[in-house]
Design a binder for this molecule. Structure first.
Ligand code: HXC
Length: 257
């Protein structure tokens, strides 16, 4: 049987590939469980400092698998807690996760990308929340994460029209961190992930946690959280090493402690 999620390591980076090319990488339970298991393994692996989720050149993921969910009734969706059980695993990862998006990132695919810490997009990328065309709505975070990423006006436009947004518009709107030529996407994303993975992992995790706090708290509470974590960083051997290396004009050797 084809493995619908493939995982491999590139140095200190864990790469997760969605592998259902025949269905534009549509997301079913096997795919979402597979992504979750790969994240579990990379989170537990002390050698890994950053993760990348990607698809293929045609699709990151064209949404939840429509055939899989089309006959769900309300009680099934509710009782099985559709989406919630396994989808949120990306959100709870403590190491950074980058989405490398080429081709379509639609519906649940766009929502999966938005659950990652940042999105690097190929110039071929197309983002959208076309659920309205199917008689439903973005149910895996689209109505909440999209306005936080690109503002109310564009989020309303995308969710209510169902239109797609290209990579240039996505970058201009703040949805994606970088746009990269399609044939360079994976290489450049892995390079950026290697850079992150070479830093002190506890510091990387503290920065991720602090930035995420900005979306969950008032400015003053967020600043207080940041200040306390900043103070805590002075307890790290890596802070001593990083600053000593600067003063000694040499490259730091972080030990992740
Ligand atoms: C199941 C899908 C699929 C999907 C594509 N396929 N998207 N199967 N679920 N979401 C399948 C097609 O049925 C087809 O299978 C094959 O992939 C190739 O797709 P085509 O349509 O032939 O390709 P193309 O003409 O290039 O169009 C690409 C596309 C289009 C624009 C991405 O496939 C499309 O509009 N897909 C649906 C996008 C969508 O509505 N996503 C939101 C889903 S709802 P066959 O067997 O015919 O070759 C959602 C809910 C989120 O995500 C909330 C809960 C998670």
């Amino acid at each position: 049987m084809t493995q619908v999620v493939l995982s491999e390591t590139h140095g200190k980076v864990g790469l997760i590939r969605i592998n259902r090319p025949e269905a534009m990488n549509a997301l079913n339970n096997d795919v979402v469980d597979g992504i979750g298991s790969a994240i579990d393994a990379f989170e537990a692996d002390a050698e890994i400092g950053c993760m990348v989720i990607t698809g293929n050149d045609k699709a990151f993921a064209a949404g939840a698998d429509i055939g899989f969910m089309k006959d769900f009734d309300y009680m099934h969706a509710y009782q099985s807690d559709f989406i919630t059980r396994n989808w949120e695993r990306v959100k709870t990862a403590r190491k950074p996760v980058i989405a490398a998006v080429a081709g379509f990132a639609l519906g649940g695919g766009c929502e999966l990308a938005m659950m990652c810490d940042m999105i690097f997009a190929a110039d071929s990328a197309k983002f959208g929340q076309p659920e309205i065309k199917l008689g439903t709505l973005p149910g895996a975070g689209g109505t909440q994460r999209l306005p936080r990423a690109i503002g109310k006006a564009k989020a309303m436009d995308l969710c209510l029209s169902g239109r797609f947004m290209d990579a240039a518009e996505a970058e201009k709107s703040g949805l994606v961190a970088r746009v990269i030529a399609a044939d360079q996407l994976l290489e450049e994303t892995l390079k950026a992930a290697q850079t992150i993975a070479a830093y002190s992992l506890p510091v990387v995790m503290m920065i991720k946690e602090s930035i995420n706090r900005a979306f969950e708290s008032s400015l003053n509470e967020g600043l207080l959280f940041e200040r306390r974590v900043f103070h805590a960083s002075f307890a790290l051997a890596d802070q001593k090493e990083g600053m000593a290396a600067f003063v000694d004009k040499r490259k730091p050797e972080f030990k992740n402690r």
